[in-house]
Design a binder for this molecule. Structure first.
Ligand SMILES: NC(=O)c1ccc[n+]([C@@H]2O[C@H](COP(=O)([O-])OP(=O)(O)OC[C@H]3O[C@@H](n4cnc5c(N)ncnc54)[C@H](OP(=O)(O)O)[C@@H]3O)[C@@H](O)[C@H]2O)c1
Length: 260
């Protein structure tokens, strides 16, 4: 995730020498230096001392052991702290640092790897308007950004756009399987399904029509789409999606409780 953000920042014109990284793997840092021409810090304390914005992109399970020894550096420098770490609440970060900080929590998703991400952002009270703008600019380099007002909304964002790529991919897989069963070549079926998904998303974005109106436009009375839509309704697609979403939402909240 950090590599994607670095790539996005550099592509969008940020000067690589303004970016400083630390990773415990010297080989990985060397790769980043070679690929992007950015600066590498000798450790996290040196990084925090030299940066106004610190992005944390480590695994949730190591957050407490990584942050606790860095408290003195954070408390002295007080940078804007952007965490892309799933399931770690701002209160937990403040607790490990033993002081309250300006924190922006971000829930990105995997399409960020190709610059097509959707990120939900939440800022704590100490984040200034200028810092919110900084965070937004940074995340805009890997996709679109959307602010939420309550930290608990990040759990809903996790269930929607965080896990969402898997939902759409599963639907495409089911569609392809059905088409292959009907005789289509698997590669052709996949290409048609993916192009249809991409085209539909672009159509939704570019049209001023509502979703039901757009669906109506494809659904001629007595036609093929109407038959399929009837099956989706009869078998409760809406209810199934709501149940799946609720399960992901519940798990996001549970994980935040466990990891904090
Ligand atoms: N990937 C996604 O689509 C996605 C989506 C939403 C949120 N996130 C969140 O983004 C975070 C990063 O995910 P990821 O997939 O990029 O994980 P990742 O590939 O494992 O990257 C984490 C990196 O942090 C390094 N690291 C470990 N300890 C460190 C330390 N003390 N100081 C500096 N770096 C350290 C790791 O090095 P080692 O490998 O040597 O330990 C690794 O290079 C996670 O918290 C995840 O929840 C990811």
């Amino acid at each position: 995730m950090a590599t994607s953000m670095i790539g996005g920042m550099i592509t969008s014109g940020v000067d690589a020498t303004q970016i400083c990284v630390f990773d415990p793997s010297a080989a990985r840092m060397q790769d980043l230096r070679t690929q992007f021409g950015l600066r590498c810090c000798e450790d996290n304390n040196a990084l925090i001392r030299s940066c106004d914005v610190v992005v944390i992109a480590i695994k949730p399970q190591v957050m407490s052991s990584v942050l606790t020894p860095l408290a003195a550096s954070f408390n002295a420098k007080r940078p804007l702290l952007i965490s892309v770490v799933a399931g770690i609440r701002a209160d937990s970060i403040d607790g490990w640092l033993a002081q309250r900080h300006a924190i922006v929590r971000v829930m990105p998703n995997t399409p960020a790897l190709i610059g097509a991400g959707a990120s939900g952002l939440y800022s704590t009270e100490l984040v200034s308007a200028a810092q919110r703008q900084q965070a937004e600019q940074l995340l805009n380099t890997v996709g679109l950004t959307f602010w939420v007002d309550n930290e608990s909304d990040i759990d809903a964002v996790t269930a929607l756009s965080g896990s969402g790529p898997a939902y759409f991919m599963l639907f495409i897989e089911s569609l392809v399987n059905a088409a292959v069963k009907a005789g289509l070549n698997p590669d052709t079926a996949l290409s048609l399904a993916v192009q249809t998904a991409e085209g539909s998303a672009k159509l939704i974005k570019s049209s001023s029509d509502s979703l039901p109106a757009l669906i109506d436009k494809v659904t001629s009375p007595g036609g093929t789409t109407e038959q399929a839509m009837q099956q989706f309704r009869t078998h409760g697609l809406d209810k199934l999606v709501a149940t799946a979403f609720d399960a992901a939402h519940r798990r996001a909240t549970e994980l935040a409780d466990e990891l904090g």
